[in-house]
Design a protein around this ligand. Structure first.
Ligand code: HEM
Length: 283
């Protein structure tokens, strides 16, 4: 995707950060972002992808150099520590969470609505125990995010962002459950800090009018820029006004169950990193 700059200063911010990348990788001792190698080699490196990833950090920081660099450094340090690729591809998660969350890919959908993550959290109303251990939930949710990112094409204009759906069918709460609050807050922060410019839009569907108070609370944790990407719908079927090919439950033809990806295969670099990790732990 051709990188667009409105001012010379914006371009300068990007070029400076891009030129500093090898140093940043050396300082953080971490050479991976969203499954892609950041510094050149003969096997895994894709320059165009890396250009676009660095651009995202600049854009999210309004092309202000210090902020962009600081966010990138923090992201790489966090990835080194948290091991999100491990969470995505090498860990076993709660089967209940695996059942209610899924990823679909449909090339026929419009730009940046091709890869969608579905979070049917409403089905967990009677299983609040899955939110008791924040770290466990975080590793699951970040794992899902990383699997979705593997399906994006950061060089393209029409598939470099993800769409996400939260379905709150059956939810009726008079106060915010502390476990849910802790998990939501933790994930919102991680997404905001370490996944800049990865979201196209986020739908909250089957939200009954009486639950609007919860939206008012949760959205306070979220930045203004992210909030602009939110769409709240009282009926899931309304999704067909926004999405060309939604699942049957949301106004389309094929059921969500039949559209779910059974498995996401990691790219060659991710597979390589995971093998190295395995070797380290078995030595
Ligand atoms: C975010 C769970 C009810 C609005 C989240 C997140 C979780 C979650 C885990 C973290 C972000 C993510 O996973 O993508 C739940 C559960 C609910 C519930 C279990 C009840 C059973 C609601 C309701 C609303 C709401 C009724 C009203 C629309 C939001 C908003 C975010 C959020 C605005 C921020 C999303 C973001 O920044 O990406 N919720 N939620 N939630 N939820 Fe809920």
């Amino acid at each position: 995707m051709p990188l667009k700059f409105e001012t010379d200063d914006s371009k300068k911010c990007y070029e400076t950060l891009r030129a500093d990348l090898a140093n940043i990788v050396q300082e953080t001792e971490y050479d991976e972002l969203y499954g892609h190698k950041l510094t050149p080699d003969a096997q895994f490196y894709n320059e165009g992808v890396v250009d676009n990833l660095i651009y995202k950090f600049c854009k999210a920081n309004q092309f202000e150099l210090e902020g962009s660099k600081s966010q990138l450094v923090k992201t790489l340090k966090w990835r080194k520590e948290f091991r999100p690729l491990h969470a995505a591809f090498s860990e076993t998660h709660d089967s209940m969470l695996n059942d209610v969350c899924a990823i679909t890919v449909d090339e026929k959908n419009d730009a940046n609505q091709k890869v969608i993550s579905w979070n049917l959290y409403g089905l967990l109303v009677k299983h609040k125990e899955v939110f008791e251990d924040t770290d466990k939930f975080l590793r699951f949710r970040i794992g899902l995010m990383e699997r979705g990112l593997q399906l994006l094409d950061f060089e393209s204009e029409d598939n470099h962002l993800m769409t996400q759906v939260h379905d709150y069918d059956n939810v009726s709460m008079w106060k915010l459950d502390p476990g849910i609050k802790k998990c939501s807050k933790a994930i919102i922060e991680v997404f905001q800090d370490f996944y800049p410019e990865t979201l196209f839009s986020k739908f909250f569907v089957n939200v009954p009018y009486i639950m609007s108070w919860l939206y008012e609370i949760v959205k306070r944790f979220v930045s203004e820029d992210t909030r602009k990407k939110f769409i709240v719908l009282s009926d899931g079927k309304q999704m067909k006004e926004y999405l060309k090919f939604p699942p049957k439950e949301y106004g389309g033809q094929a059921t969500l169950e039949s559209s779910k990806l059974k498995k996401v295969t990691p790219n060659a670099y991710v597979a390589h990193l995971l093998t190295l990790e395995d070797e380290k732990t078995t030595v």
